[in-house]
Design a protein around this ligand. Sequence first.
Ligand code: XUL
Length: 577
Amino acid sequence: MSTSGPLYIGFDLSTQQLKGIVVNSDLKVVFLSIFDFDAHSKGFPIKKGVITNEVEHEVVAPVALWLQALDSVLADLKKQGLDFSLVRGISGAGQQHGSVYWGEDAEKLLKGLDAQKGLEEQLAGAFSHPYSPNWQDASTQKECDEFDEKLGGVEQLAEATGSKAHHRFTGPQILRFQRKYPDVYKKTSRISLVSSFLASLFLGHIAPFDISDVCGMNLWNIHNGAYDEELLKFCAGPHGVDDLRRKLGDVPEDGGIDLGKVHPYFTSRYGFSPECTIIPSTGDNPATILALPLRPSDAMVSLGTSTTFLMSTPSYKPDPATHFFNHPTTPGLYMFMLCYKNGGLAREHIRDAINKAQNDDHPSNPWVNFDKIALDTPPLGQKSPSDPMKLGLFFPRPEIVPNLPPGQWRYTYNPDTNTLTRLSDNDSQWTEPTDSARAIIESQLLSLRLRSRGLTTPPNPSLPAQPRRVYLVGGGSKNKTIAKIAGEILGGSEGVYKLEIGDNACALGAAYKAVWALERKQNETFEELIGKRWREEEFVERIADGYQEEAFEKYGRAVEGFEKMELEVLKEVEEKK
Ligand code: XUL
């Protein structure tokens, strides 16, 4: 492993851990360090990286925890033998939407960092508020309702900012913050996102927001490339719009801009070169699409506790059920995102029920029985073409796409007559838990196909619109059954792929962003530069077939029934309210 050339670090400051990954100009990973917040931190009453106030639905993370983590990761990389003087650039990824509130002494304390003491000790007084609201926070329903109304309705807010209001989005969070803590808000000199907070530490002064991550606030007007004046004014309340504009700061358009050199704290303490350059950190989802030279019309499915679906696209077609962000590196492209609360956990419920029914816990591979049943079940449970299709919704947790409370709903659908029939819990047409194994995978993937169909294009004139490739990342990407069904439902003219570095995609994308920023020729796009250096055989594995005509067409008809089913359930839930 050569570590002689220039090196680049990408950090991933996520909910449960801080990761630092070091790559060389050939995109090869040469060092990796992980600091797990629950396992490795000292002095914080956290659980899974956060502190929860059930009564107010607040979820926050202590900012000082991240300071402790950063020094620990850097110390560990040093211990592993990383020669920091070779590091030419640093970028990062932060959990999206979280905000950090800096106090009046922030700039002075950042500038004066002393290499003899740690970050946690020196920056304790830098914040006006010690906690960062986390993306899992759900305390802002009132503020979301107000945001949604502000421009005339959810459609208008989505059109302007890329998303309707969401609890976790930073604008509604700031609005609640300034109302709940008016005095603290007054004393707040600047507000960072988690991504720009990370860049600020390395720079030794407060870094601007990243052009993609700023779209997770409900404050940035994507059409105008500027803050939305009306939303900003509303969010600032009695404190005034100019004050909030100052707190947020400007947003450079170039995601690869040179923000400045690393602060002497890092050169003295760890041996970084004084020439090491800081590149804007972005959000964790935008960074994930930078883990490979993703082409417009490729799709990425991140199969974690929740499911995230990401595409890079030249079309801006906002909808209240989806998210659009500026692309983190490439002007003219956007990142399309679907973010579900129910993903892996929902599949695990059915997996566990199957193992229980079979009196088999298979501790070494709990998925064996689930996978076998899912594969033995014909698509949509149709034993013969004249059988109706089996469709269901499986939400052990409240879902955002679509907006439904926890519950399970089962239907049959006859595509010839376009008839949907609701099944009762004990209906003999649906055998629990076995019929649910394939149905839950299908349900999750049909939802992705339904909501991304306006963005895909025909890969060539003889094929229907679909992604070119489907890339799977995250824990669930190891599951070949999901990969197979993903190909049948979503298509993929070249197939379904898994990233070899799946679990580290986000940190890797951040590191690649730094490589691109510092090695690009004039006007060379991220996709061009990374594309040239990409080694297909080493970095990705084709794990399942993509487009298969018969299956794709059948699932195309099922999507119609699926959409109808969602609308019916939404209506029923609405009527019960
Ligand atoms: C995206 C979102 C999550 C966080 C996770 O909108 O809230 O994916 O970014 O870190």
